[in-house]
Design a protein around this ligand. Structure first.
Ligand code: NAD
Length: 357
């Protein structure tokens, strides 16, 4: 099945760029990235693949139907992997509007552009076409049971504007399968971490704040439990799902790696104490401060990834310890480079000679 045309939305973001680098490096697929380049999109994360003749980039908003129609008819995708989203829970609490627009209206607009293109394909190509929505475990809400796991049939109970908007888009994607017969599938993944994550998310925020000798703000008592997956393991799972996954199905993806936020922060402090000790020799744990909890904060997420393991043969390869070490080393090396440029915005435009104003 290699050598298809795959349209990747949100391919300049954290997970999208890891996926695109994986597709170009490890497969024969041709990739067209569609990305609006919001604050979270960064062409520098695609620099490694920009010279490939199997890669192209389109700066476009997934809410822009005319642009999507043009891109579908020019690129003629065999599959769509849809990652474009507003993705930061705290931002969704401060200003939900962009989340409703991109995650719900944008997904609807993309589904309709895809359906219009798909319905004009010859029968065989119509069957082989895939629309893969990349979603989150946050749609399931809180796990009340401290030993429980989210399964593919766990009822949706989203808590934040972000997770509610992703839940809505999951439902739309499933409805386009059930109602129109378009071959869609959904994957719901736990928290990702790794290099090139925008420094507003827990792990890069803590690393950079620690190195700047700033306080390390932990919500509530830090007891919130999340399942952590190294982003490259996610990229490999996504390619398997779009290649071998069954239309109409959902696959949960997770690392079987549950940690409380405080455990994550303490592990990061230990790594930084070793790799970049403070001048005064004190532990970075002393920088931890507890701040008022996020409203609606879910206490525990944990993924049961048995189905994707059983049916598609996927298991994560990276351990949390080695993945976190690699991540810390990358941020240490890129603190004055990639990190500075994403934070001051200077990296988003004019890379690859694309993007513009
Ligand atoms: P990200 O915020 O790093 O990247 C999102 C990308 O989408 C950016 O490149 C941005 O420019 C682009 N984008 C935003 N609005 C757009 C629009 N209207 N049109 C076109 N492009 C637009 O996000 P991420 O962490 O890489 O997450 C990618 C996807 O995976 C999201 O759908 C997210 O919900 C899902 N997900 C993320 C995680 C995680 O831990 N980060 C876990 C599970 C699922």
């Amino acid at each position: 099945m290699d050598g298809r045309n795959i349209l990747v939305t949100g391919g300049a973001g954290f997970i999208g760029s890891a996926l695109v680098r994986y597709l170009i490096r490890e497969t024969a697929e041709r990739v067209c990235v569609v990305d609006k380049l919001t604050y979270a999109g960064n062409l520098e994360s695609l620099a490694e693949v920009s010279g490939s003749d199997r890669f192209r980039f389109e700066r476009a908003d997934i809410c822009d139907r005319a642009e999507l129609d043009r891109i579908f008819s020019e690129f003629r995708p065999d599959a769509v992997m849809h990652l474009a989203a507003e993705s930061h829970v705290d931002r969704s609490i401060d200003a939900p509007g962009d989340f409703i627009r991109t995650n719900i209206v944008g997904t609807y607009t993309l589904l309709e552009a895809a359906r219009n293109y798909w319905s004009g394909l010859p029968a065989g190509a119509r069957e082989r076409f895939r629309f893969h929505h990349i979603s989150t475990d946050e749609v399931f809400g809180d796990l009340k049971d401290s030993d429980g796991f989210f399964r593919e049939d766990t009822p949706y109970m989203p808590s934040s504007p972000y997770s509610a908007s992703k839940a809505s888009s999951d439902h739309l994607v499933r409805a386009w399968f059930r109602t129109f017969g378009m071959p869609t599938l959904v994957t719901n993944c736990s928290n990702n971490y790794g290099p090139r994550q925008f420094p507003e998310k827990l792990i890069p925020l803590m690393i950079l704040s620690a190195l700047d000798d700033k306080p390390l703000p932990v919500y509530g008592d830090g007891a919130q439990v999340r399942d952590w997956l190294y982003v490259e393991d996610h990229a490999r799972a996504l390619h398997l799902a779009v290649t071998r996954g069954v239309p109409g199905e959902t696959y949960n993806i997770g690392g079987h790696n549950t940690k409380s936020n405080l455990q994550v922060v303490h592990t990061l402090c230990g790594l930084l104490d070793e790799l970049s000790p403070r001048r005064d020799g004190r532990s970075r744990r002393e920088q931890v401060v507890f701040v008022a909890d996020r409203p609606g904060h879910d206490l525990r997420y944990a993924i049961d990834a048995a189905k994707i393991q059983r049916e598609l043969g996927w298991t994560p390869r990276e351990s949390f310890e080695s993945g976190l070490r690699k991540t810390v080393e990358w941020y240490l090396a890129e603190r004055a480079g990639w990190c500075r440029r994403v934070l001051d915005g200077s990296c988003r435009l004019e890379r690859l000679g694309l993007g513009g104003g």
